[in-house]
Design a protein around this ligand. Sequence first.
Ligand code: NAP
Length: 305
Amino acid sequence: MQEIAVVGGGPAGLTAALYAARAGHSVTVFEREAAGGQILYSPLVENYPGLPKMSGVQFAEALTAQVEELGVETVSADVEKIERDQNGGWLVRTDDGSVSCRAVILAVGSRHRRLGLPGEEELTGAGISYCAVCDGPFYKGRHVIVVGGGNTALQDAVLLSGICSRVTLVHRRKQLRGEARLAEQVRSLENVELLLGYTPEALLQENGMFSGVRLKNTETGQEQTLPGDGMFIAVGQIPGTAPFAGLADFDEAGWFAVGEDCRSSLPGIFVAGDCRAKGVRQLTTAVGDGAAAGVAAVEYLEEHR
Ligand code: NAP
């Protein structure tokens, strides 16, 4: 029996494991893909305070090595269900067996919604990005396309307008979904153009790099080609919370409705990182949550010795 099970081996989960292991507790991290989570897809991490530039893969490898050195076990398995065991602890059921533990930290993250167009996956990192904060600086002085009409797309357009020579925001409806204040800001920017009422129909590429998008006017059905150096897709995120219904409340969008203390209302269940309802989803906020959840889980174990 482990003392703490962490579900999700991204920066939040690994940081929670780090804090709990340093406090002397046995920890297992369950991750269905490679340890590191979404940061693995970031070509360059250059906004982590105090660290030199490195790739997302380097960051993930360093953090994984750091927790493994402390004796944390990382297990490659898909957690399917978590239920109470007979000893007042929790049973973590995976596709590869079950493990009992006294506390669980859910750090299951989220994933960016895809457009679902052919070539989207292979062009990710080759002109297509889902994170303007991470990848915007690679497009300094270039023309980029932002897809989406929510707050993320609007914020991305504002951020990119300060880096890129030209930004074209493409949204499928005539009305933007994001806040009026942000929409107004976007409209006031000279190098941002809005293409409202257009859906991306096909991705264009040259020599394996994104080169533009074919758009369709939703009213007339007419198609046009929009060339671009890069495309930022901001059409929402999908929380990874669904298999864990009942362990923490959800908000209306499906995120865990758990505050900054990372404590759920159930004893021994903690929530950390992007899967939690929050305003900023960044590497730094994920590790901040990991620390809070790790400390909270350690306190819980000590209170319930
Ligand atoms: P969102 O609000 O769900 O917006 C997603 C946008 O993508 C919508 O405009 C949607 O179009 C469009 N879309 C969805 N699927 C599409 C598809 N297949 N093709 C083309 N367009 C598609 O997502 P978000 O902008 O990531 O924001 C998520 C949440 O975080 C929201 O609650 C948002 O308010 C919040 N947030 C807040 C801030 C802030 O500063 N307050 C910043 C960022 C995010 P439709 O409009 O037609 O549905």
